[in-house]
Ligand binder design. Sequence first.
Ligand SMILES: Nc1ncnc2c1ncn2[C@@H]1O[C@H](COP(=O)(O)OP(=O)(O)OP(=O)(O)O)[C@@H](O)[C@H]1O
Length: 341
Amino acid sequence: MIELNEVSKVYPGGVTALNSVNLHIPAGEIHGIVGRSGAGKSTLIRCLTGLEDVTEGQISIDGVDLTAARGAELIAARRSIGMVFQHVNLLDSRTAAKNIAHPLEIARVPKAERRRRVAELLELVGLSDRADNYPSQLSGGQKQRVGIARALAAEPGVLLCDEPTSALDSTTTRQILELIGQLRDRLGITVIIITHEMSVVREICDAVSLLDEGSIARSGPLLDVISDRSSPLSKELISLPPTSALQPGAQLIEVLLTESGTIGHFGDLFSLLSRNGLPTRVEAGSIETIQGRQVGRLHIRPEDSSTAQKTLQVLTDAGLHAELTTAAALETEAGLKEEEA
Ligand SMILES: Nc1ncnc2c1ncn2[C@@H]1O[C@H](COP(=O)(O)OP(=O)(O)OP(=O)(O)O)[C@@H](O)[C@H]1O
């Protein structure tokens, strides 16, 4: 379990990089942390790994207060966190097996034990047949697997992944995320993933936190955060392409489907509307499967604009998150988002 309690970090010179951050990450959770450039993500990582002292507050991992630990206790606490980076930085002169063995050598683990552990780790990341390959003989995804095995060498309880898939193509990304999920299931480790890719959060995270100017702007289980339809994070997690050219005043209904209401599937939504004599057109839509559920956002337009209110009523009565908007309002929102980026 990871606990951050009122953690602040002010750099010399006065920049407040973290501002009263509270976070509770239960054991075995995969927790995504997202935020714009400068939001404080790297600072958070450095504080979590003890590379940077916090200015105020406490960070504890499995009950050990990192911010108070000194000497042997601090070294043990640091070992309880394995780090995975975007750029793996393997030693080119060492084979995959020797790269994985490196932290064990530094920790003076006896040779026989080292061998056993490296074989186990190679098996764990699916690279048993690549033990004797040098980094130059490995693909980007295989190098990342070696990096993950190396991070797990000291049997940490926490795996801290800093943009682990940003340098990988989409197929390899999926495989690495699958591996991280399997490792959590097999080893029971807690995983923090810092990422700018919403697809990574959708695919693997149980919970997500948005860091904004050093503060946690939103945090919670993934489906709860998505269900908060007005939250910018929900809109980024299930984002929609721009609505096609419509009159600025055209009325649209934004529907968020998270299976929380009586409608569990988009198909049922259209049956419901047509049963009520309310034909609609889909102007834009995005549907994802998250944690085995169909989740999505749609912009629908009543074919007869005078039925917009009634359509909205039928949808909300069915327990769906729905709100009336206009093409002009959506355009302004999209413009603001672009400006922010
Ligand atoms: N060593 C430092 N000294 C002074 N200010 C710093 C230092 N490191 C970071 N900052 C400042 O702290 C704030 C947060 O920076 P940080 O690097 O943690 O953000 P980030 O979310 O990781 O950004 P990015 O995604 O671009 O890496 C920024 O305003 C940054 O300029």
